[in-house]
Design a protein around this ligand. Structure first.
Ligand code: UGA
Length: 445
């Protein structure tokens, strides 16, 4: 099959590379000439395990092509994925500008029957909008071409994106015609040979499925963070509660880890967008609002614990931060709890020495240059280096090397033996035995 993927972000690039890997010819299109030039050289805009290999191999074999020209890609393709960004607008609603522009361009250049697939996370009704935009362009050109618009949301996770795409739990396809269903089945057949889990449904059902999936997962996390807050007050260890409830198969162990808040490019954006969608149809989304509010508060929880511990006196203190990415396995810091923590510490007059196995470059772009220049913020090359003479070690992202550190070395390096564990990675009893003071999320000190 000849496929075009518009947008070379997380979803677009992974989709393009994985589809090419299965033997299809794929054009990846992006408006950013630097990104495209880099991709042609094998330089990827994101860190994602395994992605560089399949991008380079498929590019070298000619199956994966990069271009800034959608018309060039369109000459050869009959399947188009729209995988451009839908960032949150001022009011939290998804900004649909980029999706609409791609639809306009497809309508302007379409010459033969096509399937247009929305891969981006988009509000219910977007497929109808895309169809209208393309139809208007075709009418303006006075041409008649058959096409259908399909909703095929993506469920991949950052840090495991290639693996998730190659071995999906399920493929959700919202399509309103038989031809579209058939093309989508063919396209995905190699990915689900051992697990035939394709679900066909209405286009709007598929659009809603994507939001509901992310909102459900975010709800589990915020719920557990709320329980953790309560556990702290009641003298209960949330880790025991997690094990106790996770063993109920109806609840399950996934996404019930209390922590310093969820981040990333999806949960925060999608929960806000769904709230905004609800408001547009005069529906009060009480649960979603609470999920969002709890998470905002949760991102400040490590800073609150630090402030309480030091009686508000943070001026001149230094804090060691382990982990900057919003989760392990990625260099992405969008909406990361580390950003909230570091901003709060520095604004309170403290200094920060941070380490992350891969997000150091992202961090340099994230914070003001003067913080690096005057030494308020240092990104160092090792986890123990970050601890030297610090007043506390704060664990924000649970990268594997942080899970079982050399506590003796850590204690020697820190000015005071204090650990704030934003991801409940340590056993409070063992930590105390090692001579540390310990704060977890919903645990007893
Ligand atoms: C999420 C979904 O998990 C994917 O299924 C979805 O396709 C994707 O959004 C998307 O819409 O594109 P992702 O944002 O990559 O994927 O990351 P997750 O692994 O879901 O983690 C999100 C955040 O939740 C992280 O900050 C993580 O630390 C936090 N989290 C996760 C918790 O605080 N507790 C948990 O129990 C689980």
């Amino acid at each position: 099959m000849n496929v075009t993927v518009v947008g070379t972000g997380y979803v677009g690039l992974v989709t393009g590379a994985c589809i090419a890997e299965m033997g299809n010819t794929v054009y990846c299109v992006d408006v950013d000439p630097v990104k495209i030039a880099n991709l042609k050289e094998g330089v990827l805009p994101i860190y994602e395990p395994g992605l560089d290999t399949i991008v380079v191999e498929n590019h070298n074999s000619g199956r994966l092509r990069f271009t800034t020209s959608l018309p060039e890609a369109m000459e050869d393709s009959d399947v188009f994925f729209i995988a451009v960004g839908t960032p949150p607008g001022e009011d939290g609603s998804a900004d649909m500008r980029y999706v609409q522009e791609v639809a306009r361009q497809i309508g302007t250049h379409m010459t033969r029957p096509a399937i247009v697939i929305n891969k981006s996370t988009v509000p219910v009704g977007t497929a109808d909008q895309v169809r209208e935009i393309i139809t208007a362009q075709l009418e303006a050109r006075g041409v008649e071409v058959e096409f259908s618009v399909v909703s095929n949301p993506e469920f991949l996770k950052e840090g495991a994106a290639v693996d998730d795409f190659m071995h999906p739990d399920r493929i959700v396809i919202g399509a309103d015609c038989e031809r579209a269903r058939q093309v989508m089945s063919e396209l995905y057949a190699p990915f689900i040979r051992n697990r035939p889990r394709t679900m066909f449904m209405g286009v709007r059902d598929a659009e809603m499925t994507k939001y509901a999936a992310n909102a459900m997962l975010a709800t589990k996390i915020s719920f557990m963070n709320e329980v953790a807050g309560l556990c702290e007050k009641l003298g209960v260890d949330v880790e025991n509660v997690r094990l106790g409830i996770g063993s109920d198969q109806r609840i399950g162990y996934h996404f019930i880890y209390a922590g310093c808040g969820y981040g990333g490019s999806c949960f925060p954006k999608d929960v806000k967008a769904l709230i905004s969608i609800a408001h547009q149809v005069d529906f009060e989304p009480k649960v979603l609002q609470a999920v969002e509010a709890r998470n905002e508060q949760q991102k400040h929880s490590l800073f609150s614990k630090i402030t309480t511990h030091f009686n508000g006196d943070l001026e001149g203190r230094t804090f060691c931060v382990w982990g900057l990415a919003f989760k392990p396995g990625t260099d992405d810091m969008r909406e990361a709890p580390s950003v909230v923590l570091i901003n709060s510490l520095i604004n309170a007059g403290a200094r920060v020495r941070a380490f992350d196995p891969v997000a150091h470059e992202t961090a340099r772009r994230e914070f003001p240059a003067e913080w690096f220049d005057d030494g308020r913020l240092e990104i160092v090359g090792g986890q123990y280096e970050a601890a030297i003479d610090a007043d506390a070690m704060v664990l924000v992202t649970e990268w594997k090397p942080f899970r079982h550190p050399d506590f003796k070395a850590l204690k020697r390096l820190l000015k005071a033996p204090l650990i704030l564990d934003g991801r409940n990675q340590y056993d409070p009893v063992q930590i105390k035995r090692e001579g540390f003071e310990y704060y977890g999320m919903g645990r007893q000190p």
